[in-house]
Write a protein that binds this ligand. Structure first.
Ligand code: WT7
Length: 571
């Protein structure tokens, strides 16, 4: 445990003294930064967009610096305010009301951000879907949320199983199309007819804002429900952890289909009125370094899986670009390997700051601050206003250096408020006053937290969270597959890969062609990132007597580890 430590560098950081801030902290101080603290009128879209558009010094500042390989566009706060007003008017015309669920299934594009804030301005709850989702993934989410309206493109429309979605009244299409029924709304036509003025719908801090679906170890993906109050923590962490300043050019690489892409892809920078880079298209080292260089990005929030790919791409690629504007880097989603931090010191002459949080937590909770020492391999320390601990299964706090459940004291501002329509699921996260994360970790004597692994069967592949049950369910829909058990298998680049064990139905043979066909079936039916990279045919899948697949046992077999207690194994 005696590892190299990386001291903080001198700098004029927003959070200068962590211990002092923690001791004297009150969330009421943070609330003073919002206009609702005086007016009582709440809406995150107002705080992130309109407040700046109403400010003569801010309105013409670039809010969105969008680029993709085939498109470039800049929107000021004033532009974004008007466009989101227009879209809110379109939604209102089609009767969208406060609390309705309106989903977005769109590539990262200026239209995404205008419509996202348009939704929030009507008081509806926005549900962003990752553009790589295939039919099953789209069906599960739209069915469960009972979404009334969807915004998508004519190309992605093919993956929307409308016959299974009785609640879906209208679909807004962004792009040229030949649909003529009343169900379809043409984005560009309606936008050009709509007024740029809109009376924003004021909401309560506890009213719904965004639903993000995420996977657990059992059951379908669950709708994690966040409320407007989360802005308090988005704002605070953008100040202390992202260290945002007025003139920063900020880039968060996450897609808005995931929580990082909303909490830190739009809310955090825009609550501070900072210029935000959005890059569309696919990842490649040249594309990403090129984006940092071209836009003179100063603050960058990314993920270990991408950083590991940059490491493999080698130093010659970095040297082609001028990255001298960059002053601060953060990472989230998976353990940040100490080697990557060491590489970052060489490649960028900067420390990479790991941050830990989850879809359910809505915002960062355990982080490395720019003004604090980094202990490579550690996720850092809890932010001011948040109590984190390691607890046993009864909720008792454990002493330092003992491994257990990573838990957070209930009640931080951005905590999910429920799991959509599943109160028992929501309750299952808590032991007494503790929110229990599902991660195991320990805390050292100085209060740094060290991630050890997941305690459930949830898989983290390239930073994307995959529930084994979803993949198993899809696999057994294939005519050849009888039973399936899915695990995460350690992988140096992707963290984990998905490995599936299957049994075959009568009449099918274990051939490479069949296995490839099964893989493709998951890839095109569910999503590319959930398709098993490895498939192995077995004579049987181990199950408990109550019929639960024993993934733990599959994993031990795969890794050649002792199998532990198998007393519940079916005969
Ligand atoms: C799970 C949450 C909202 C952040 C993006 C992922 C893992 C997250 C770290 C980290 C080690 C991490 C945990 C967590 N995770 N950050 N810094 N070090 N593991 O959100 O998809 O809800 O996944 O990602 O296992 O529970 P998510």
């Amino acid at each position: 445990m005696d590892m190299q430590r990386i001291p903080a560098r001198d700098g004029d950081y927003n959070l200068k003294n962590y211990d002092k801030m923690r001791d004297s902290f009150s969330w009421d101080e943070v609330k003073k930064n919002f206009s609702w603290n005086e007016t009582g009128k709440v809406n995150i879209a107002y705080e992130a967009i309109d407040r700046h558009a109403e400010n003569p010094d801010k309105k013409d500042k670039v809010a969105l610096l969008y680029s993709s390989p085939d498109r470039e566009e800049q929107l000021t706060f004033d532009d974004l305010s008007k466009k989101s007003n227009q879209f809110a008017n379109v939604l209102k015309k089609y009767n969208v009301k406060k609390g309705d669920r309106v989903f977005l299934f769109l590539p990262r594009s200026p239209e995404f951000y205008a419509s996202f804030f348009g939704i929030l301005k009507t008081g509806a709850v926005a549900g962003p879907l990752f553009e790589a989702f295939m039919e099953q993934a789209v069906r599960d989410r739209l069915q469960d949320s009972e979404a009334r309206m969807l915004i998508t493109t004519p190309e992605l429309l093919e993956r929307v199983p409308q016959e299974d979605l009785p609640d879906l009244e209208n679909i807004v299409l962004v792009g040229d199309h030949n649909e003529s029924s009343d169900k379809y709304i043409d984005y560009h036509k309606e936008m050009s007819d709509a007024s740029t003025d809109f009376d924003i719908e004021w909401v309560d801090l506890e009213d719904g804002m965004v639903i993000h679906y995420t996977s657990g170890s059992t059951g379908k993906p669950k709708g994690v429900y966040h409320v407007h109050n989360a802005m308090v923590q988005h704002y605070a962490t953008a100040e202390w952890v992202i260290d945002l300043k007025e003139d920063d050019v900020y880039w968060c690489t996450a897609d808005p289909g995931w929580v990082t892409g909303t909490s830190y892809g739009v809310f955090a920078p825009w609550l501070h009125g900072v210029t935000n880079v959005i890059r569309g298209g696919r990842f490649s080292p040249d594309d990403w370094y090129g984006t940092l260089d071209k836009h003179n990005v100063t603050v960058w929030y990314t993920a270990p899986t991408a950083l590991r790919k940059l490491v493999s791409a080698g130093e010659d690629v970095v040297k082609k670009y001028d990255l001298s504007s960059l002053r601060h880097i953060m990472s989230v989603g998976e353990p940040l390997n100490p080697e990557v931090i060491t590489w970052g010191l060489k490649a960028f002459d900067l420390r990479i700051h790991d941050t830990w949080w989850m879809t359910e937590t809505g915002a960062m909770l355990i982080v490395n601050f720019p003004s604090e020492e980094i202990r490579p391999g550690s996720m850092g320390k809890p932010i001011p206003g948040v109590d984190a601990a390691i607890v046993d299964n009864e909720g008792n706090e454990l002493p330092p250096n003992q491994m257990g459940n990573l838990a957070i004291k209930k009640g931080w501002p951005s905590m999910m408020r429920h799991i959509w329509k599943r109160p028992e699921k929501f309750q299952s996260y808590f032991i007494n006053e503790w929110y229990v994360s599902g991660d195991s970790a320990y805390k050292d004597e100085d209060g740094y937290f060290w991630f050890q692994g997941r305690l459930d069967d949830v898989i983290n592949t390239s930073g994307e969270r995959v529930g084994p049950f979803e993949v198993e369910s899809k696999l057994i829909e294939h005519p050849a597959v009888s039973e399936a058990g899915v695990i995460g298998k350690p992988d140096p680049e992707r963290g984990e890969i998905i490995k599936a064990f299957i049994t075959l139905n009568e009449g099918y043979e274990d051939t490479p062609e069949l296995l490839e066909d099964i893989r493709k079936f998951v890839k095109t039916g569910l999503s590319a990132h959930s398709a098993p990279r490895e498939l192995e045919v077995k004579d049987s899948i181990p199950k408990t007597r109550s019929g639960k697949i024993m993934r733990r046992l599959l994993k031990s077999w795969e890794l050649g580890l002792p199998t532990g207690d198998t007393s519940t194994l079916e005969e």
